[in-house]
Design a binder for this molecule. Structure first.
Ligand SMILES: Cc1ncc(COP(=O)(O)O)c(C=O)c1O
Length: 386
C-alpha cells in the first residue's frame, strides 16, 4: 500500500529499531546492558500505586473522561507550579493535562506552523521535535548546541533573516541528550530575543526534578514575560517515576493552550480517569521520595563519570537528568564507537549523531540500571578500550 509522501519526511523514534536488535541479541543468549532507553528502573511511590488501584476499582471511573481533564487535576498542577517554582497559573486557561508530554509536543506544530514555516530546533535534540515539525509541513532550521556554549543555543549566531522567518523555537533544559542546564541570564535573553523576532518559545522540561549537588532547575514560566511568548511542557513521567502512566501537561500562553485543547478534542478522549485521580494525588502529595531517588541517580552518575574519566574521556559532570553525555574516544565516529562497543562488549549506548549532526563526537549513557550493573558496563567498556 502506498502511504502519504509526508511519511517519508521523518524517521520512526530512534529507540524502536534498536529495541528490536537488542531483543534479538538477548534471544541469542547475549547479556546485553541497555544504557540507551530513558526509562529508569525506579518505581512510583506506594501512595500513588494505592491511589491508582483504588481509582481503577471504582466502577464509575471507566466512562469517557473529559478531553480537558477534571478541575482537581488542573488545580493540582497549578498548586505544584506555585509550590515548586513560585509561578501562578490559571487552572482554567493556562493549563492543559496531556497523555504524557509527548502527545502535546508532537501536536503543537499543527497549532503553530503553516506549510513551509520555519521552526528552530536544537541540534542535538529529542527527535520528536523534528518529526513533529516535518509532519506539520514545517521546515527545520537547526540551532547547534555546542560544548563551548554550555550546550545552550547561541541566539546571537542565528541570522536575523532566519529569526524573522521562524515561527517557533524549541528549548529543552535540563537537556536531553546533553544533560546541560539553563540559567536565568539565558532565559531572560531568550524572552527578549523571542519578543524582538516574534518567535514562540516552546520549553520542554521533564527533568527539573532530577537534579544533583544542590542544583535546582528553574521553570521557564518563572521568568518575566514567559507566558506572553510561550509555553512549557512538563511531565510526571520522570518526576514521579511513572513513565508508563502517560501523564503530562502544557502550561503558559492562553491562546496556545486553547489551540492545543481544540486539537485534543479530536485527537483523543482525554486522560483515563483513574490516572487523573492518581496524578492529582501525586502533585498534591509529599515529594520526599524524590530526594531519595536523586541520591540513587547521583551515586550512579558518580560511578559512570569516574569510570569514563579513567578511560581518558574529558566530560562534564551532569547537574541534572539521568543522562551522561561524553565525547567519544579519539579515532571513532560516535556511531562506530557505540556499535563496536555493542558488538564486542554487549553494552548499548546511544551515538550522539542519532540526535543530530552536532551530536557527532559524543555518546549518551542513561543511568537507568542499579549501580552494580552500571559498574559492570563500565568494566566492559574499560576492557574494550584496553
Ligand atoms: C526531552 C524530552 N521531552 C519529552 C519527553 C517525553 O516525556 P513524556 O513521558 O512526558 O511523554 C522525553 C522522554 O524521554 C524527553 O526526554
Amino acid at each position: 500500500m502506498n502511504l502519504a509522501k509526508r511519511m517519508d519526511l521523518f524517521k520512526g523514534y530512534l529507540g524502536t529499531e534498536m529495541n528490536v536488535r537488542l531483543t534479538k541479541m538477548r534471544e541469542e543468549g547475549r547479556d546485553v546492558i541497555n544504557l540507551g532507553l530513558g526509562d529508569p528502573d525506579v518505581t512510583p511511590p506506594p501512595h500513588l500505586l494505592e491511589a491508582l488501584k483504588d481509582a481503577v476499582c471504582d466502577p464509575n471511573h471507566h466512562h469517557y473522561p473529559s478531553f480537558y481533564s477534571n478541575r482537581p487535576l488542573k488545580e493540582a498542577i497549578s498548586g505544584w507550579y506555585k509550590r515548586r517554582f513560585e509561578v501562578d497559573l490559571d487552572p482554567d486557561t493556562e493549563i492543559l493535562p496531556l497523555l504524557g508530554s509527548s502527545e502535546g509536543l508532537f501536536h503543537i506544530h499543527l497549532c503553530l506552523l503553516d506549510i513551509g514555516d520555519v521552526a528552530l530546533v536544537p541540534d542535538p535534540s529529542y527527535p520528536s521535535y523534528e518529526a513533529g515539525v516535518k509532519l506539520a509541513g514545517g521546515r527545520v532550521e537547526p540551532v547547534p548546541l555546542l560544548r563551548q556554549n554550555g550546550f545552550l543555543p547561541d541566539l546571537d549566531a542565528i541570522p536575523p533573516e532566519t529569526a524573522r522567518q521562524a515561527r517557533l523555537i524549541w528549548v529543552n533544559y535540563p537537556n536531553n541528550p546533553t544533560a546541560a542546564v539553563g540559567n536565568p541570564e539565558f532565559y531572560a535573553k531568550l524572552i527578549a530575543w523571542a519578543n524582538k523576532y516574534g518567535v514562540v518559545v516552546i520549553h520542554d522540561t521533564p527533568y527539573t526534578e532530577i537534579c544533583f549537588d544542590d542544583h535546582c532547575p528553574p521553570s521557564f514560566m518563572e521568568f518575566e514575560g514567559a507566558k506572553e511568548v510561550g509555553v512549557e511542557f512538563h511531565s510526571l513521567s520522570k518526576s514521579y517515576n511513572c513513565c508508563g502512566w502517560r501523564t503530562g501537561m502544557i502550561v503558559g500562553n492562553k491562546e496556545l493552550i486553547a489551540g492545543m485543547a481544540k486539537i485534543k478534542s479530536h485527537s483523543d478522549r482525554g486522560m483515563y480517569y483513574p490516572l487523573q485521580v492518581a496524578a492529582t494525588k501525586a502533585l498534591n502529595g509529599p515529594v520526599d521520595f524524590m530526594q531519595v531517588r536523586n541520591t540513587v541517580f547521583q551515586e550512579r552518575r558518580d560511578v559512570v563519570v569516574k569510570a569514563l574519566r579513567e578511560i581518558g574521556l574529558d566530560l562534564d559532570t551532569p547537574k541534572a537528568t539521568f543522562y551522561v553525555w561524553a565525547p567519544v574516544p579519539r579515532g571513532y565516529t560516535s556511531s562506530d564507537f557505540c556499535f563496536k562497543v555493542l558488538d564486542t562488549a554487549n553494552v548499548w549506548m546511544i551515538p550522539g549523531s542519532m540526535y543530530g549532526k552536532y551530536g557527532e563526537g559524543f555518546f549518551r549513557i542513561a543511568l537507568t540500571h542499579p549501580v552494580n550493573r552500571l559498574a559492570e558496563a563500565m568494566d566492559r567498556l574499560k576492557k574494550f578500550m584496553a
